[in-house]
Design a protein around this ligand. Structure first.
Ligand code: PFF
Length: 449
């Protein structure tokens, strides 16, 4: 029987696990501040357009590669290219990228734990805006506490991964994703019932003002859509290899992209009405969530409760994503290097902690150690999101669109010919032409800067 025991037990399990991988800090922390800095509603529209036109086809591409090969990202390129060294290198490239993303991502993930503790201990309540800024700076510029929280977050992720694909990833996602949605809806209701400013915030998010749109906004929207859907680093190749042979890859991808965009929009609905209602600045950047929002919570009734809810949901979103990042590495180590799952989880976690410590310390003791004017954290973020992910995705489209038989692509997408894939030609066109062109533009414009 072809039905795999190595992977997810149901389609809903696959959707929730992969949606968990996609929905993360990218949706709730990065998306709102990018939107705030890039003019609001018009950015949202362009973002959704790219998710549908390019994001979904690229996610399908990763799933096709993973499920066809039944393998981790390196093994997948090795199998499907019949051992071609160049394509194997592309798999290794994805592994390196996943390590780097995990290293800087776990810094911000660790912050969520600290904020859950601070919020529930009432430390944020009743503070002046200056005090809240100082709390953030003192915490992030330190060494011991941010490292401790980063380590805790990495350990938590490792504990889930050790339990395996079904008992760890799938089970945890099936519990945490619905919780995340419920908490997010609760926060939306709170934010939308804040009175006058709420309306203003909502129209900032939803009313497109195209005069604010320029080339750099469009590129940011394109880059954000790749980051948010976890494309180009093998996350979806790995998860694709766990999707059952009878599941529909097109529908599955649509569900995941739909969840991902919905969470980003709901996060916007939580944040912008609240920010406007209390006269804060929507374009304040990465600290939007950690400095602006605590001020907002302080000004609202039952603010402490909602602060706790918000940081718990941010932590959940981060956790399901770090799980997908660690699984990229562990699947590779188990299948290619023949390590035990527990050894692979432990070693990867330790290595990421060592690299990640430099990212954490780059807010404090290593603040002055910059390369090209960027701290280590900023450099990791920039290199992965602006270069490694689009480059990984570009070569992936070249592999599947140009170097792999079309009949096999169609066979995998149609579950061995049992499904009618009406839009196959449209998908294949995007795979061969549109997606590589868009990716090339992102990469070049990133270099030209
Ligand atoms: N998609 C995740 C987010 O939006 O937070 C980030 C991410 C996870 C990127 C896994 C890449 C990846 F392989």
């Amino acid at each position: 029987m072809e039905n795999n025991t190595r992977g997810f037990t149901s389609n809903i399990g696959a959707i929730l696990a992969a949606a968990g991988g996609a929905v993360g800090l990218g949706n709730i922390w990065r998306f709102p501040y990018m939107l705030g800095q890039n003019g609001g509603g018009a950015f949202l529209l362009v973002y959704v357009f790219f998710v549908i036109l390019i994001g979904v086809p690229l996610m399908m591409t990763e799933f096709i590669i993973g499920r066809r090969a039944q393998s981790n990202v390196v093994g997948a390129y090795k199998k499907l290219s019949h051992g071609n060294k160049g394509w194997i290198t592309l798999g290794v490239f994805a592994i390196v990228g996943a390590f780097l993303i995990y290293a800087f991502y776990s810094v911000v993930a660790g912050w969520t734990l600290n904020y859950i503790v601070m919020a529930s201990g009432g430390k944020l309540a009743g503070q002046t805006p200056e005090a809240i800024t100082a709390l953030f700076k003192n915490f992030t510029q330190g060494s011991f506490w941010p490292l401790l929280y980063q380590g805790l977050f990495l350990a938590l992720t490792g504990a889930v991964i050790v339990m395996g694909v079904q008992k760890g990833i799938e089970k945890v996602s099936k519990i945490l994703m619905p919780v995340l949605f419920i908490l997010l809806l609760l926060m939306c209701v709170r934010s939308l019932t804040l009175g006058a400013g709420a309306k203003e915030g909502l129209s900032f998010l939803l009313k497109p003002d195209f005069s604010k749109l320029n080339g750099s906004c469009i590129l940011s929207a394109l880059g954000q859509s790749f980051f948010s859907l976890s494309i180009g680093m093998g996350a979806m190749v790995t998860y694709g290899s766990y999707i059952r042979k009878e599941d529909k890859l097109f529908n599955t991808s649509l569900w995941i992209a739909g969840c991902d965009s919905l969470v980003a929009i709901l996060a916007g609905i939580v944040i912008f009405p609240a920010v406007f209602a209390f006269g804060m600045n929507p374009a304040s950047g990465p600290e939007l969530v950690y400095i602006v929002l605590p001020n907002v919570f302080n000004s609202m009734p039952a603010g402490t409760l909602f602060a706790v809810i918000f940081f718990v949901l941010l932590g959940i979103a981060a956790l399901t994503s770090t799980i997908s990042l660690l699984e990229i590495l562990v699947a590779f180590e188990v299948e290619e290097l023949h390590w035990k799952r527990s050894t692979a989880s432990l070693v990867s976690t330790l290595v990421v902690f060592i690299i990640g410590a430099f990212c954490t310390l780059s807010f404090g003791p290593l603040k002055e150690s910059t390369i090209f004017g960027k701290t280590i954290f900023e450099l990791f973020d920039l290199i992965t999101a602006s270069y490694l992910m689009p480059i990984g995705a570009l070569f992936m489209t070249i592999f599947l669109g140009w170097c792999f038989p079309k009949v096999e692509v169609k066979d995998e997408l149609s579950n061995g010919g049992t499904l009618k894939v009406k839009a196959f030609e449209a998908y294949y066109f995007v795979l061969r032409f549109l997606a590589p062109a868009a990716l090339l533009i992102i990469i070049i414009s990133g270099i030209v800067g």
